[in-house]
Write a protein that binds this ligand. Structure first.
Ligand code: NAD
Length: 273
């Protein structure tokens, strides 16, 4: 089993720094097999969402794994059309039922949307205070969304899950989050696979005798970023978790930083409603 790197969130809850993302895995056997494989390989964090349509399979896999629920860090997300106070309470309850769990470790607002995230956040604060969620956070929030939210909330989000990889290093937003004790979590850490062809990264992979995916994920780990690469392939699941037996020196870290092109693979949060 691989070592599990962990980070402490601003409310004291400990979260694995590497987890399995399950976007585009169909509910049922596909997601069940991948999650069980990851848990066997030592993963203890799974990132799903209502919008992925596979919460039921994730919950089933956790049960079938035989690993005690409390040893697994489970994240799910509030979908855009469920934003609002009452609808958030309702959507959360439905997620719990699909996940077949009494609680969620981390619940995120999936996208800021236009103007309803403060009402959604109030509902999430209630669920948090009621003990149904161990930590609450946001996803795809820009600094201006966070400024606005922090101005009217009592709980500071523990994480902001954003698109982040060597072509979109998000330095400004990372530094904003760090100054507010909000941990950054990288979605599409491998740029959905596109980064694996990058020549600089391939050169570093050769130098370190590791795969390009491992170089990128190690860069995240050394930056204090949480990463949730997606794979359904047992070898890649294992590979993505094997990050503790090498390190990247400052010069090579810098050359990865320098690949930034401010290039998104997903939507711009300011215009995705
Ligand atoms: P990713 O960057 O994790 O890339 C996944 C692709 O890379 C897949 O095609 C996979 O087969 C391939 N891959 C994985 N490991 C590999 C390896 N070792 N070698 C070669 N190829 C490998 O992309 P993603 O799935 O978009 O993002 C990861 C997770 O982030 C998602 O599953 C989801 O949980 C989360 N996510 C969140 C949001 C959000 O809005 N909050 C948006 C997108 C994704």
């Amino acid at each position: 089993m691989s070592d599990i790197l962990q980070v402490k969130l601003n409310n004291g809850v400990v979260m694995p720094q590497l987890g399995l993302g399950v976007l585009k895995m169909s509910d049922g056997d596909d997601v069940r097999k991948a999650v069980i494989c990851a848990l066997r390989e030592g993963y203890r964090s799974i990132d799903t969402a209502k919008a992925y349509g596979n919460e039921t399979g994730v919950g089933q896999a956790i049960k079938d794994s035989g690993i005690p629920r409390k040893e697994i860090f489970l994240t799910t997300k509030l979908w855009n059309r469920d934003q609002g106070y009452e609808s958030t309470l309702q959507a959360f309850q439905q997620s719990l039922e699909r996940l077949d769990s009494e609680y969620v470790d981390l619940y995120l607002i999936h996208w800021p949307g236009k103007d309803n995230y403060k009402n959604s956040w109030r509902a999430m604060e209630k669920l948090y205070n009621d003990g149904l969620i161990r930590a609450i956070g946001v996803s795809n929030f820009q600094a201006h969304h966070l400024d606005d939210l922090l101005g009217s909330s009592t709980v500071v989000p523990v994480v902001n899950q954003i698109e982040l990889h060597p072509y979109l290093t998000q330095e400004e937003l990372r530094s904003y989050c760090s100054s507010h004790d909000i941990r950054v979590e990288a979605w599409s850490p491998l740029g959905q696979g596109a980064l694996l062809q990058d020549q600089t990264l391939q050169g570093l992979a050769k130098k370190h005798q590791r795969s390009v995916a491992q170089i990128i994920l190690r860069w995240d780990i050394q930056n204090g970023v949480i990463a949730i690469p997606k794979s359904a392939n047992p070898e890649r699941i294992r590979e993505n978790m094997s990050l503790c037996d090498f390190s990247i020196d400052a010069e090579d870290m810098k050359s990865i930083d320098n690949l930034d092109r401010n290039q998104r693979t997903g939507p711009d949060p300011d215009v995705f409603f």
